[in-house]
Ligand binder design. Structure first.
Ligand code: 8X3
Length: 236
């Protein structure tokens, strides 16, 4: 593998899938820029893997602009920041939760991709969007998150269409149930409810997704993995 210290930006890198991506990429020779809101956690991980921690909220237009202006070169962008809030039926939908899900998952991915696009094109780069099975399959109570992740999927496909003849590759990786803080966030800190999501099941671990990201990013420039659906063996 000859990465020659190429630069990877990973959003939402302070925990879970983002942290696992950062660790897997660093182990494969990438220089990783870890971006997230929780700077203290980021700095600890960055120190362990020889990466760089930058505090960033992907819902903040100006912060994303500033981040990209200061970054310079970028070979790989992993749009991982996102998540779910609530599991309400549509008739009980909480508009604030929906706004947050759209702003983080969809617009966050858009802001980062748009801002880093010049650097990525310059580098013959790669964008990996972390979507979800929820962006393919709707489920009861999932509407806000389903809509957001379907939005990410649509954006990934359009970006692929718009850049297939440019020096940029685009991949979307869609995990199923991964045992992370995802459910704690969805259920707004209700630990018992979050625990029940994973109890007694063959859950994916964040490292499984980190390994997929590492592999996609390790492929030669003529190979584009368009989409990848990764499920725990007992989830269909
Ligand atoms: C979350 C996937 O299967 O837990 O992105 O809803 S699932």
């Amino acid at each position: 593998m000859e990465n020659n210290q190429k630069i990877a930006v990973v959003t939402g890198a302070s925990a879970g899938i983002g942290e696992a991506c950062a660790r897997a990429l660093a182990a494969d020779g990438w220089t990783v820029v870890l971006a997230a809101r929780r700077l203290e956690r980021l700095e600890k991980i960055a120190a362990e893997i020889g990466g760089r921690a930058v505090q960033l909220d992907v819902t903040d237009d100006q912060a994303v602009e500033k981040f990209s202006a200061e970054l310079g070169a970028c070979d790989l962008l992993v749009n991982n920041a996102g998540g779910a809030r609530g599991l309400d039926a549509i008739e009980d939908a909480n508009l604030e939760d929906w706004r947050w899900m759209y702003d983080t998952n969809v617009l966050g991915t858009l802001r980062m991709t748009k801002a880093l696009m010049p650097a990525l094109l310059e580098a013959n780069g790669l964008v990996i969007n972390i979507g979800s099975v929820a962006g393919r399959v709707p489920y009861v109570g999932g509407a806000g998150y389903n809509a957001a992740k379907h939005g990410v999927a649509a954006m990934s496909r359009v970006l692929r269409l718009e850049t297939h003849d440019k020096p940029l590759r685009v991949c979307e990786i869609d995990p199923g149930r991964v045992e992370t803080d995802f459910s704690l966030l969805r259920f707004k800190g209700d630990e018992e409810r979050a625990r029940q999501v994973y109890e007694g099941k063959l859950n994916l671990q964040a490292e499984d997704i980190g390994e997929a990201v590492r592999w996609v990013a390790s492929l030669p420039a003529h190979v584009n993995i368009d989409t990848m659906l990764i499920m725990p063996a007992d989830q269909v």
